[in-house]
Design a protein around this ligand. Structure first.
Ligand SMILES: [Mg+2]
Length: 196
């Protein structure tokens, strides 16, 4: 089976590291524990454009490509790649592809087969037709592992399996709706039980 794995907050601790960087740069004190939604503006105030601009600066500087993998992530992908075709699927804009390729080369070279990036502001809305569920179908992925409940919803609604990943504040309210894994150890067990 082809398994599509999200990058931010599944393979690397993006929100935590981004907020720390943003706080230092702007003399703010936003806390990852208060991150209930994927829209930074809804959590902390400020326009979504301001947050998008800040995130793009973070990515543009290549800082997210310097993040160390989450605990157990590389080992998990190596394990899954024995029986599955593991690919990365991120809605991060493709203008940051070069940085992401560096991360892949450094940490999961020979393990991850493909790197799929797509720009899509409405990617969490299944009705737009351009969302991770649709991309999973296009690339032939049968399972999506992602920390964004909207992406999992878009996958499940289109017949693609979904595992909501991570013990994050923003996953807590949605864990009961989907298969959920707090960490990579749990994710592997679900894949072995239900997707092999
Ligand atoms: Mg993510």
């Amino acid at each position: 089976m082809k398994i599509a794995v999200d990058y931010d907050d599944v393979l690397v601790p993006f929100v935590n590291k981004f907020l720390a960087w943003h706080n230092e740069r702007n003399n703010t004190g936003y806390d990852v524990q208060a991150m209930e939604h994927f829209h930074f503006g809804r959590n902390f105030g400020g326009s979504e454009q301001m947050w998008t601009d800040s995130i793009n600066v973070f990515h543009g500087l290549g800082l997210s490509a310097q993040l160390d993998p989450n605990e157990g992530a590389v080992e998990a992908l190596r394990y899954l790649a024995k029986d599955h075709d593991v690919v990365i699927l991120t809605s991060r804009p493709s203008m940051h592809r070069e940085h992401l390729e560096k991360w892949v080369d450094k940490h999961v070279s020979g393990i991850v087969g493909e790197l799929h990036m797509f720009d899509g502001k409405d990617q969490t809305k299944p009705t737009t037709g351009h969302n991770k569920g649709a991309v999973c179908r296009e690339i032939g992925a049968g399972l999506l592992i992602d920390d964004n409940n909207g992406h999992i919803e878009s996958a499940v609604s289109q017949g693609v399996g979904g595992i909501l990943f991570g013990d994050h504040r923003w996953t807590q309210d949605h864990r009961h709706k989907y298969e959920g894994a707090s960490n990579w150890g749990e994710a592997i067990k679900i894949v072995d039980s239900n997707y092999s």
